[in-house]
Design a protein around this ligand. Structure first.
Ligand code: NAP
Ligand code: G4F
Length: 342
């Protein structure tokens, strides 16, 4: 039977890829959009699915709005991807972040409990919940220690997922996803900031990129693979929580080096901390600078996930490696910059 899914955050990176996957699987896909304007449609357009998704206006801040929407479409599956997802911004907007990322999830859960408790629910949890990591690598059993208002808000939502599963026997899953990137990643995140900036430098449109902490380590995977894991979680007999990660970690500095290398620049480093400079070996020009503006009040220094449970129970395994991911993103941005110059 044709299933109906509701994806919140449809205009985001993961929403767009998941929308495409569910359409391919024959779902009727409703995409919840908080009405932030036409320009936010670029991802759905790039994937050629902007006319296939049934867009509805829904903001996680507004209870009645969510209630009416769920009552009307009564989805079989809900994928809650909507969030204020930028960690840095959560230090400036901790209350908004908590309203959306914590209480917003509770609004959804409680409405489903009332209207259609058999709905299968995926919550976009995050490796940020591990924060100051208590164990390396991190597994589903590693204690949490969030280091940002974003991480704290997501942890509240994570425990609500567990609680609604245990208290009401609802099919609620928490996908604890480590960083996943793609050519559809937002420009505020370090990977796209770098690949887009590098493409502009390559084409003479920009001189340098100014960044923050180069020594933070992340377990970076490819978003289009991670959304398959989300879908698999909701197809199991039992609801459960799973880590999706690659099991490999790299510094931001390594990302810089690989990304520049993929378009023909060799980076030589000089200086330390905020005085660090990434210099083009050939011309001596400074291509990377560091500014305290991009540092966080509390940093997550290292993330490294162990995806063994997802592999064993879901048959999920990431294929795209770090180098391929970096190259894919840089090449996509080079193509975009060439288009922009036309
Ligand atoms: P994203 O690109 O930032 O997308 C988030 C979406 O949420 C955007 O479309 C945004 O709408 C929407 N949104 C924000 N506030 C909202 C509100 N009040 N009501 C309704 N919608 C709202 O994020 P992503 O990278 O696709 O990530 C998807 C989810 O996974 C997020 O919950 C994120 O926190 C979580 N996550 C991401 C990663 C990762 O590495 N990508 C890892 C772990 C967890 P606009 O388009 O209007 O701004
Ligand atoms: O790309 P980021 O902003 O991603 P972050 O903070 O790891 O969060 C992302 O992944 C989480 C999963 O672990 C998601 F839950 C969350 O929604 C989001 O998708 O920063 C990555 C690292 C940080 O250590 C940051 O301090 O890069 C460092 N960094 C250094 N310079 C920078 C910059 N980050 C950004 N955004 N911009 C910089 O200039």
């Amino acid at each position: 039977m044709n299933k109906t899914a509701l994806i919140t955050g449809i205009r985001g990176q993961d929403g767009a890829y998941l929308g495409r996957l569910l359409l391919e699987k024959g779902y009727t896909v409703f995409g919840a959009d908080r009405r932030s304007g036409e320009s936010g449609n670029w991802r759905l357009k790039e994937l050629g699915i902007e006319n296939e998704i049934k867009i509805i206006y829904m903001d996680l801040l507004e209870f009645e709005n969510i209630y009416r929407t769920i009552e009307r479409i009564k989805p079989d599956e809900i994928y809650n991807l909507a969030a204020q997802s930028f960690v840095h911004a959560s230090f400036e907007q901790p209350i908004l972040t908590s309203e959306v990322d914590a209480i917003g999830v509770l609004r959804l859960l409680d409405i489903i409990r009332t209207i259609k408790p058999e709905t299968r629910f995926y919550q976009a949890s995050t490796s940020e919940m591990f924060g100051k990591v208590q164990e390396i690598p991190q597994t589903e059993k590693t204690p949490f220690y969030p280091r940002s208002p974003y991480g704290v808000a997501k942890l509240f939502a994570h425990w609500m997922i567990v609680n609604y599963r245990e208290a009401y026997n609802m099919f609620t899953c928490s996908g604890i996803l480590f960083n996943h990137e793609s050519p559809l990643r937002g420009l505020e995140f370090i990977t796209r900031k770098l690949t887009y900036g590098i493409a502009r430098i390559k084409h003479g449109l920009q001189d340098k990129i100014v960044v923050g902490n180069l020594d933070a380590k992340r377990d970076w995977g490819y978003a289009d693979e991670y959304i398959q894991g989300m879908w698999l979680m909701l197809q199991q007999e039992q609801a459960d929580d799973y880590i999706l990660a690659t099991g490999e970690t790299h510094t931001v500095r390594e990302f810089v080096e690989y990304a520049f290398d993929s378009v023909g620049f060799k980076i030589r480093w000089e200086g330390q901390d905020v005085l660090t400079k990434g210099i083009d070996e050939k011309t001596g020009k400074v291509l990377i600078e560091v500014s305290p503006e991009f540092y966080r009040p509390a940093e997550v220094e290292l993330l490294l996930g162990n995806p063994a449970k997802a592999k064993e129970r879901l048959g999920w395994q990431p294929v795209v490696k770090f180098e391929e991911l970096v190259r894919m993103m840089t090449e996509a941005d080079i193509r975009r910059v060439i288009e922009e110059k036309r």
